[in-house]
Design a protein around this ligand. Structure first.
Ligand SMILES: Nc1ncnc2c1ncn2[C@@H]1O[C@H](COP(=O)(O)OP(=O)(O)OP(=O)(O)O)[C@@H](O)[C@H]1O
Ligand SMILES: [Mg+2]
Length: 409
């Protein structure tokens, strides 16, 4: 937890600051002070990880106190809040490190806290009791799953990979996995496992209320699969609401969610919409799901070509083959040939395992709970490990180029 002390002599703004901070699960409100002249002692006694100073009640006193505080406690990060830009600037000159303009929105506060925590986290790495849960010191792990055509298993992999990661995480605040269904029109992530406690809130409601979001609403918006500790942000319930969402919403929603969840898995649509592109930009890893058949592999090539136009996207793409070994799906294309055509190694393979996959789906459970020993789940477990850098992916198959597979590009 991040222990925070605040000072603000004005009751109303102190109340709203307190409410804002209480909604942040990695913050512990260590001390609350109503007088600038007492705050120095409060800091001496509570030794917080971060001091938040609201300047506007008496800028002169506040700035003087910040000057003294930063001389006495040079390592204590100070965040100042004011509606006066000049005062904010002066506070930085006196030793404050971060500032926010009043009135402060949740998103800005979270971003500032994250920054403050990230920076002080590395500075105090030798103090295990201070700072944030470890996941916040590392980059959040955002995995986007993109299909190369309909029905290749994008949603099955997104949900089951998310559940596999969730099963491996310690049960502590701040570590958790959320699936975000970005197949906005026809998504079915909430079907792949049976979620309960639905309040009929979807990503469209978050987008509509984006300016007024608080942590409570955000958490309520996610449907939960308690047994697997998985949360799902559902696609809009009405198809006509798809138009409510634009890429800016996706950016803000994903950035807010990454504060509460250590891992996000994004189930993308196949339409390569601006919302999908934003998800691809935000992701740390893109799993491009394919099958060993011509139309799927051809789309992999087309997608890689398209994504290659924006710097940084294709480097994040890892090719995932699903339903490997299925006579019904595959068209006699060898792995080696697929890799040559794609021009990238196959990162991971999930075997065809209809019995386990369908049975888990019917039971409304993820594979990791319903069929933990199944071949599909074993492969998903390996995938989660490889993504976490715990095991190396297999060596790519090697042979000469065979771009003629599709006849033409
Ligand atoms: N490894 C697997 N073995 C056997 N069946 C699988 C496997 N992966 C997925 N399936 C099956 O393939 C079908 C399509 O899966 P899924 O809905 O996950 O694909 P999708 O790419 O998300 O589809 P859509 O294009 O509708 O979004 C489902 O019936 C699912 O049970
Ligand atoms: Mg799907």
């Amino acid at each position: 937890m991040q222990r925070v002390a605040i000072v603000d002599p004005t009751d109303s703004s102190r109340e709203s600051l307190r409410t804002l901070l209480l909604g942040v699960d990695f913050v512990w409100l260590e001390a609350e002070c109503t007088r600038y002249e007492y705050f120095f002692d409060v800091i001496q006694q509570s030794m917080p990880d971060l001091a938040v100073v609201s300047l506007d009640a008496d800028k002169g006193k506040a700035l003087q106190m910040i000057g003294e505080l930063s001389i006495e406690h040079p390592k204590l990060p100070i965040l100042t809040i004011s509606q006066d830009h000049q005062a904010l600037l002066q506070s930085l000159q006196k030793g404050a490190k971060y500032f926010l303009t009043h009135p402060v929105g949740l998103e800005d506060m979270l971003a500032a806290l994250r920054r403050a925590v990230g920076e002080s986290g590395s500075a105090s790495a030798d103090q295990p009791s201070g700072g944030m849960p470890s996941r916040n010191q590392a980059a959040s792990n955002i995995i986007a799953v993109l299909g190369s055509r309909g029905g290749v298993g994008t949603t099955s992999i997104a949900v089951n990979l998310a559940a596999t990661i969730a099963a491996s995480l310690p049960d502590e605040p701040g570590s958790g996995v959320a699936v975000v269904d970005l197949d906005l029109a026809l998504g079915d992530a909430d079907f792949a496992i049976e979620v309960n406690g639905m309040e009929n809130i979807s990503i469209a409601d978050l987008a509509r209320n984006i300016e007024r979001l608080d942590m409570n609403f955000l958490r309520r918006a996610l449907a939960k699969h308690e047994a697997s500790r998985l949360a799902i942000l559902r696609h809009p319930l009405e198809i006509q609401d798809v138009g409510v969402l634009h890429e800016g919403h996706i950016e803000r929603i994903v950035n807010l969610l990454r504060v509460s969840y250590s891992h996000l898995v994004l189930d993308l649509s196949k339409s390569v919409l601006p919302t999908d592109l934003m998800a691809l930009r935000l992701a740390d890893t893109v799993l491009l799901t394919a099958q060993l058949e011509v139309s799927s592999l051809r789309n992999v090539v087309r997608l890689l070509h398209y994504l290659g136009q924006e710097p940084g996207l294709t480097d994040k793409v890892k090719i995932l083959l699903n339903r490997v070994g299925s006579d019904a799906v595959e068209e006699g294309i060898s792995l080696k040939k697929a890799e040559e055509v794609i021009g990238k190694p196959i990162f991971w393979q999930i075997p065809n395992d209809p019995k386990a996959v369908i049975a888990a789906r019917v039971a409304g459970e993820p594979l990791v709970r319903h069929s933990p020993k199944s071949r599909a789940q074993q492969a998903l477990f390996g995938l989660a490990q490889a993504l976490a850098g715990r095991t190396a992916p297999p060596e790519p198959a090697k042979s000469k180029a065979a771009w003629s597979l599709f006849g033409k590009k």
